[in-house]
Design a protein. Structure first.
Length: 262
């Protein structure tokens, strides 16, 4: 209840700020929509030159992309940690956070929420719904329950990876450039892993498991009989493991933190 109360207070403060700078809010929303739209157009252009991609039809690849957008939007909303090193370590705001009663990570997450990113999740859900109909896939309430569980598991994978990478700031005196690189790598998760070489497939599955935030869980609903469909049910386990790893690295990093100094 305490965390929910904090969440509500931060949401009210966010709303007040955005009502003051409404133009910035809509510019942010529009830029995000344009970015996602360009990614979708790229997929459609690719299929103007081929009938399938690694044995996947255009509708199936677009379905995967739509699923990919749902957990990604939720992750961006609640784990907007891109400026952590500069703001909390270099500028010393971590000292302030550690004096508050809420867990340090919870407070940092709440301070950096980005609710407009949920619009991307909504568009992703719309894309999934449209392609679901185009593909003639059967639907039942159980499918909705399973998708909810898989989406939350995908968010956990995102969170675990980026929390771990963000925690590197506790071990390094300078901001790291790993997060932008990871941002580019994660986009491979929205494509069928079969089109990549074996080393890349291994990395996207077991090292940086971005295949579990897109193609693997989406394959469950496409009734793929290959490895993708089989791997889908491992998504919750992978989510729990990588979130636990991320939190462990974060907590160890916080224990090493000695303040910004004078």
């Amino acid at each position: 209840m305490f965390v929910m109360g904090l969440f509500w207070e931060y949401m009210k403060n966010y709303a007040k700020t955005r009502l003051t700078y409404r133009a910035d809010f809509w510019i942010e929303v529009l830029s995000d929509l344009l970015f996602q739209g360009l990614n979708l157009i790229f997929i459609l252009v690719v299929f103007q030159h081929t009938e399938s991609l690694g044995g996947w039809s255009q509708a199936e690849v677009v379905f995967v992309y739509g699923y990919f957008m749902i957990p990604y939007g939720i992750f961006n909303t609640f784990f907007n940690l891109w400026s952590f090193s500069d703001r909390y370590i270099v500028k010393g705001e971590m000292d302030r956070v550690l004096t508050r009663p809420a867990h340090n990570l919870v407070q940092i997450v709440l301070e950096n929420m980005d609710p407009p990113s949920l619009i991307g999740s909504g568009i992703g859900a719309l894309i999934v719904g449209i392609t679901w109909s185009q593909l003639g896939l059967p639907f039942s309430p159980l499918d909705l329950l399973i998708m909810t569980g898989l989406v939350l598991s995908s968010v956990m994978i995102y969170a675990g990876l980026y929390i771990a990478l963000t925690a590197i700031a506790f071990y390094s005196d300078s901001p790291t450039g790993i997060l932008p690189l990871m941002y580019n790598i994660q986009n491979y998760g929205r494509y069928p892993v079969g089109i990549f070489s074996k080393p890349i497939r291994f990395i996207l599955t077991w090292v940086l498991p971005f295949a579990f935030v897109g193609v693997y869980p989406a394959s469950h609903f496409l009734d793929r009989t290959g490895s993708e469909g089989t791997m889908a049910m491992l998504t919750p386990l992978v989510g729990v493991v990588f979130l636990a790893i991320g939190l462990t690295i974060w907590n160890h990093g916080v224990s090493r933190y000695r303040g910004a100094g004078s």
